[in-house]
Write a protein that binds this ligand. Sequence first.
Ligand code: AHM
Ligand code: MG
Length: 334
Amino acid sequence: MRRISLTQYLVEQQRDRGQIPPPLRLLIETVARACKRIAISVNKGALGDVLGTADTENVQGEVQKKLDVIANEVLIEANVWGGHLAAMASEELDTISLVPDRYPQGEYLLLFDPLDGSSNIDVNVSIGTIFSVLRKVTNHRGVDESDFLQPGKQQVAAGYCVYGPQTTLVLTVGDGVVMFTLDRETGSWVLTEDDVQIPADTKEFAINMSNMRHWAPPVRKYIDECLAGKEGPRGKDFNMRWVASMVADVHRILTRGGIFMYPWDQREPNKPGKLRLMYEANPMAFIVEQAGGAATNGLQRILDIGPTKLHERVSVVLGSKNEVERVTAYHREA
Ligand code: AHM
Ligand code: MG
């Protein structure tokens, strides 16, 4: 089998398919390099003083883990000087991070959740990095938060890296979805899945079942029907998985199908959901759609949502197309 590296894949996307301009190639390679550094810290675990909390809180009021802080710094340091970026935004930063004047300014906006699945860090379960890339489309001088507030359908690239038994980088530049596995001996990303496709049907769902009593009726109805198994209206048995790292749950869905939900619940009626639109739901929705799946907030395609703030939250239903359409139909009927 021809061994294709991330660099070769990106050069071919740029040169042969005209899919990405050179600065976007540089951006993606830089993010991938940062993920390698994060993977090294993750792997060190207790030997590297990277476990436990950092005694600080992020803008969403969550206690930061040491690795949240480390991963955030690695991504910013790796990207800030390259000349490809206009600004960055992160789950771990209150507001956007500008490129200092001493560095050239580019046209891309990079958003990331540096370390997704923070509750799994200390227990040695898969975690990841999620990223989304937009272009600055306004002509005004400088960059501000409003430049970031674009619907997800305007993303030019998105990806995630799972730090699990293998370190895997999953990427879309709007030309399907590809996966690269980190070869730890050579330090290079090797293409291991081309043209990833999510099957339209599934018998596996992922949702935090402990919140069941708080869900809205359409979600309750969908899960009740799955739980009824062969004897119920669906006529088949369903299996359940919940890693509690979105990267790992979405990765399973890209690998063997399934539906993932983190819905609105009545404990916090004014919050649309737990997950963040701009650096969790949007990149995952772009990837899932590029792999033939679907992603909605229960009512609307996630990629069509016009964000109103950087750290906006959203209800998420994504994965195998026919199941996502079913859940969405239940919401629309309600
Ligand atoms: P994080 O970005 O602070 O790690 O939070 C997001 C994570 C997702 O990865 C995961 O799907 C969800 O939170 C798990 O939540 P819960 O602990 O409620 O099951
Ligand atoms: Mg997260």
